[in-house]
Design a binder for this molecule. Structure first.
Ligand code: FEO
Length: 394
């Protein structure tokens, strides 16, 4: 087997890359594909850690054979039951009929519910240890990172954590598996996007998991998506810590809806005033054009947020409303916030956006700007004051 799949002497990467699926969860764009990562820990006994999405089961089985030949697998550890990792379980069990499936009580309940499997399982509890002979695995329950059954598995001898979705990134792997064997730059934005889209609702469980794992001597993180982190380990943990605390970096996102361009011109006016106040970076998203996935990534990344919307059917423009729903679902916290709205005959957007900021308990930079009918430069002073207030709060 090629060395590129070797994490170390006892741990092998047997994951696969998906460059055919357009939407993850049939929802989130995958312009660079995605990897479904699975691993073998090879002691006197062999454990497979997670499987892959069902369309790639044969590739997984081929990689396992390449790694261990005819040796049977003794255990399949399921860290996470979401089908992108578990939907090969039945076929793996057909290939290895004596394999024992290892999971916690919630995992085993889901295993039966999804795949009708209720025999040949081994239930583990938080802190339990599984000896493979030479290597051993310890299990840490980390509920809601990203589902209730989620757990992580620590290989004690190798100081290596199988972290499930945590620390994962969108983007298929392009040959190399370990970050030190690749140029990982392209994965940072995809890590932010993965977190904001998939895990973003669960900041508090992520914090609990980070605290639970803080006493371990972790030297390698093997997530279920994206690169294996070794060289960039500290950076990856710092990103997760910051994201799960909803701590944005200095910078502003201007996310707006527009029908005929007047609200867009107001957004541009705000951007100019912010730039004139010395703020950078400024990221603008026309919500009818930018994928929600990218907008969420940037809002999670940066501390200040400006939202603008036309009034539409006495409410918000639908793409703006969709963004607000996504932010509410993720309970995004700690944002410096400003907003503006436009209308033709009866204003509603500005008021609704202002109320939204209050509901989210965000730090308001000032009263909502309101524009009646066509855009005009008259709002320069108000825009400038709002921009200065945002800058002062960052
Ligand atoms: Fe990659 Fe929550 O599954």
């Amino acid at each position: 087997m090629s060395d590129i799949n070797k994490i170390n002497r006892f741990v092998r990467y047997v994951g696969v890359n998906d460059r055919k699926t357009h939407l993850f969860e049939n929802l989130w764009p995958l312009p660079q594909g995605i990897s479904y990562n699975a691993y073998l820990v090879i002691g006197e006994k062999i454990a497979l850690i997670d499987t892959v999405e069902a369309a790639y089961t044969q590739a997984l089985l081929d990689k396992i054979s390449l790694a261990v030949g005819n040796r049977p697998l003794d255990y399949l550890v399921i860290n996470h039951m979401e089908p992108d990792h578990s939907s090969s379980v039945n076929v793996v069990r057909q290939a290895y009929p004596d394999i024992q499936i290892v999971g916690n009580a919630k995992t085993l309940q889901m295993l039966e519910g999804y795949y009708g499997i209720c025999k040949g399982t081994l239930e583990v509890k938080d802190g339990d240890n599984l000896c493979l002979g030479g290597e051993s695995l310890r299990f840490y329950l980390t509920p809601m990172v990203h589902w209730p059954e989620t757990m992580m598995t620590y290989c004690e001898q190798e100081h290596l954590l199988f972290s499930g979705d945590a620390f994962g990134a969108f983007g298929a792997l392009n040959g190399a598996v370990l970050d030190q064997d690749m140029e990982p730059e392209a994965y940072w934005d995809e890590m932010y996007r993965y977190y904001a889209n998939i895990v973003g609702k669960y900041g508090s469980p992520v914090q609990k998991a980070l605290q639970k794992l803080s006493g371990l001597d972790i030297q390698v993180i093997c997530p279920t998506h994206g690169p294996v982190w070794k060289k960039e380990l500290k950076k990856v943990i710092a990103i997760y810590d910051k994201l799960s605390l909803y701590e944005g970096e200095k910078g502003v996102v201007i996310a707006y809806g527009t029908m005929y361009g007047n609200t867009a011109r107001t957004a541009m006016h705000m951007a100019e005033e912010l730039a004139a106040s010395g703020l950078a970076p400024i990221i603008m998203h026309n919500l009818s054009v930018s994928p929600l996935s990218d907008v969420l990534r940037d809002i999670f990344k940066y501390k200040a947020l400006v939202i603008g919307s036309p009034t539409y059917n006495a409410g918000l423009f639908p793409p703006v409303e969709a963004l607000l729903n996504a932010l509410t679902a993720r309970t995004v916290k700690n944002r410096v916030y400003a907003c503006f709205g436009s209308f033709t005959w009866a204003g509603a957007a500005a008021k609704k956006l202002q109320e939204f900021g209050n509901t989210m308990n965000w730090d308001s930079a000032g009263e909502a700007l309101e524009l009646k009918q066509g855009y005009s430069r008259e709002k320069t002073e108000a825009c400038s004051l709002l921009a200065k207030s945002i800058v002062a709060k960052l």
